[in-house]
Write a protein that binds this ligand. Structure first.
Ligand code: FES
Length: 137
């Protein structure tokens, strides 16, 4: 058996406004890259096959399932995760208006998929700032 060290590729991308240069294995999922290499654990992983939406992030302002993309596919792009909505206390202590609305409306169940829902709602509301309930559903 020929055990070789995994090949690494250098990628450069912008994550939450910060330029990132990193070495990754070509098969590394974007969700694992965000969580394990960048420590952005707000992106949750549920089904790992594109169904639940918990891992949704924005790629160039469009929602994508981070579990269906390789990190290398995000090279040269802009990624935005839920951490970008409300920076840590002390930086800017206010929640994003969408987070406030979720909080006020108790729009959570267990909360595990909430980051994905928030990141899905941002571009939806940008395109349609006054949706009907039917459009939201
Ligand atoms: S983890 Fe379920 S869609 Fe990505």
């Amino acid at each position: 058996m020929n055990a070789q060290a995994p090949q690494q590729m250098q990628i450069e991308l912008q994550v939450n406004g910060r330029q990132v240069l990193a070495g990754v294995e070509p098969r590394l999922l974007l969700s694992d890259f965000l969580r394990h290499q960048l420590g952005l654990t707000g992106t949750h992983v549920g089904c790992e096959h594109g169904v639940c939406g918990a891992c949704t992030v924005l790629l160039d302002d469009e929602p994508v399932r981070a579990c269906l993309m390789f990190a290398v596919q995000a090279a040269g792009h802009t990624v935005r995760t839920v951490e970008d909505l409300a920076p840590a206390p002390g930086e800017r202590e206010q929640l994003h208006p969408l987070q406030v609305a979720f909080q006020q409306s108790h729009a959570l169940q267990c909360g595990f998929c909430t980051p994905g829902i928030l990141m899905s709602m941002l571009p939806f509301l940008a395109d349609n700032p006054a949706p009907t309930e039917a459009e939201i559903r």
